[in-house]
Write a protein that binds this ligand. Structure first.
Ligand code: UDP
Length: 471
């Protein structure tokens, strides 16, 4: 008999593609079902996206088909943000996705879209699938804010950035101006309206899969499912099935990063990386460099070209390091390693010499860190990362934060050094607590995915409802 078949649709952009590829892999390997992933590419898709698809396809667990995206230039304003373009693109992909499904030999029973693809859910009804689900590769606070947004839109007058009292969202710490998602910063922008529409569309699905776990965010998940206000808003079942993260790949050919890491003491290196796209100003790059040097701690820094430096987005490695203070590389030689543009993050975080992570707090990076027990210095830059930073520091307790929001001001070298030392240096009491908590979270993340663990059970509960596995 044919295996049951689930269809996943990934929106363009590495930050959306990777979590869907990982979800597909997990569904296929844990549930033993057939999984097809339609990966919508865009004209600006990077070689790294193609590489991610190639690597995922090589695992052989899912069938991955790239769908070239339609041109939406005539559907969006010339100055439309990336978020607007992605949402509009996904909506415009409806005919292509419908045709792709119709041409499949084996019809999928359920469709899962990421949260930029909620406009595609009607395809599942059109072709007679039994269920349509939304995958939130982010956390439960993010989901809560998304589904509560239509309510906030009615309750709050004026711009959210100007509110005096932080907003109370059931199950979350109050959300003030410093936790807002980037899409909420300007209500007159179309990306806000698209986000609002997404918040309205999520509850029209048959359920939501979210990349967190009960033991990490039990309160928020309870509020989403309980009898309170949030549940009246979300209405559909919420399945916490995280953490779903990339697993280590083989290191393969001799690699200078790992040769260097192998020589460093246990938990002695601060890993610095700002996600797939994060960059800093020239001034901030210099202060960060000085701060790392001042901290006296070992570091591994994935450096990008400062945004205001030389003006063009070059991939020339010389220009990248030219943003560093004079003599920095010589002075820190032995203590620090600077790699340019990109590094194998999951493998790095898995290395025993890593003791901390200065991160932009993209949720994939956060989960990759938490599952390895690595505490974080939060350095949020865009998207929902400011909220993630508060979640990590004030609720979960695995991170330290800067006094100001990075990207809103320059974080000085003394503060960088102070935060790095807090995470890395043994004697600091607060740092000790944070490291202990990070270890605790690592253990709970493993338990969630053990046989019978919360996320494992939640995934099977969902799969039974979808008739992907027998009860
Ligand atoms: N990543 C990596 N090497 C890098 C930068 C990023 O492997 O040098 C990976 C990282 O492991 C994560 C993803 O890219 O899986 C970034 O996703 P995240 O949600 O953290 O941030 P985004 O890039 O979407 O802002």
């Amino acid at each position: 008999m044919d295996k049951p078949h689930a269809l996943l649709v990934a929106s363009p952009g590495l930050g959306h593609l990777i979590p869907v590829l990982e979800l597909g892999n997990r569904l296929s390997s844990v549930l033993n079902i057939h999984v097809t992933i339609l990966a919508v590419s865009s004209s600006s898709s990077s070689p790294t996206e193609t590489e991610a698809i190639r690597a995922a396809a090589a695992r052989g667990t899912c069938v991955i088909t790239e769908l070239p995206s339609v041109d939406v230039d005539n559907l969006v304003e010339p100055d439309a943000t990336v978020v607007t373009k992605i949402v509009v693109t996904m909506r415009a992909m409806k005919p292509a996705v419908r045709e792709a499904v119709k041409s499949m030999n084996r019809k999928p029973t359920v469709m899962i879209v990421d949260f930029f693809g909620t406009g595609l859910m009607s395809v599942a009804d059109d072709v007679g699938m039994t269920g349509k689900y939304v995958y939130i590769p982010s956390h439960a606070w993010f989901l809560a804010v998304m589904v509560y947004l239509p309510m906030l839109d009615k309750l709050v007058e004026g711009e959210y950035v100007e509110i005096k009292e932080p907003m109370k969202i059931p199950g979350c710490k109050p959300i003030g101006p410093k936790e807002l998602m980037e899409t909420m910063l300007d209500r007159s922008d179309r990306q806000y309206r698209e986000c609002l529409l997404g918040g309205e569309e999520i509850p029209t699905s048959d359920g939501v899969l979210v990349n967190t776990w009960e033991e990490l965010q039990g309160n928020t998940l309870a509020a989403l499912r309980g009898d309170g206000e949030l549940n009246r808003v979300v209405k559909v079942p919420v399945y916490a099935i995280g953490p779903i993260v990339r697993t280590n790949g083989p290191i393969g050919k001799p690699n200078s990063i790992f040769e260097w890491l192998d020589q460093q003491p246990e938990r002695s290196v601060m890993y610095v990386c700002l996600g797939s796209g994060g960059t800093l100003s020239l001034e901030q790059t210099k202060e960060l460099a000085w701060g790392l040097e001042l901290s006296g701690q070992r570091f591994l820094w994935v450096l990008r070209k400062p945004t205001s430096y030389l003006g063009v987005n070059s991939r020339d490695d010389d220009q990248v390091t030219a943003g560093l203070p004079e003599g920095f590389l010589d002075r820190t030689c032995g203590m620090g390693l600077v790699v340019t543009q990109w590094a194998p993050q999951v493998e790095i975080l898995s290395h025993g010499s890593i003791g901390g992570f200065l991160s932009h707090c993209g949720w994939s990076s956060v989960l990759e860190s938490l599952t390895k027990g690595v505490p974080i210095v939060v350095w949020p830059l865009y998207a929902e990362q400011w909220m993630n930073a508060t979640l990590l520091t004030e609720e979960i307790g695995v991170a330290v934060r800067t006094s100001e929001l990075p990207a809103k001001g320059v974080i000085g070298r003394e503060e960088v050094a102070f935060l790095v030392r807090k995470i890395m240096v043994e004697e600091d009491e607060e740092g000790r607590k944070i490291r202990a908590k990070a270890e605790e979270v690592k253990v709970s993340s493993e338990r969630a995915w053990n046989q019978g663990g919360s996320s494992h059970s939640s995934l099977f509960e969902w799969a039974k409802i979808c008739r992907l596995v027998s009860s």
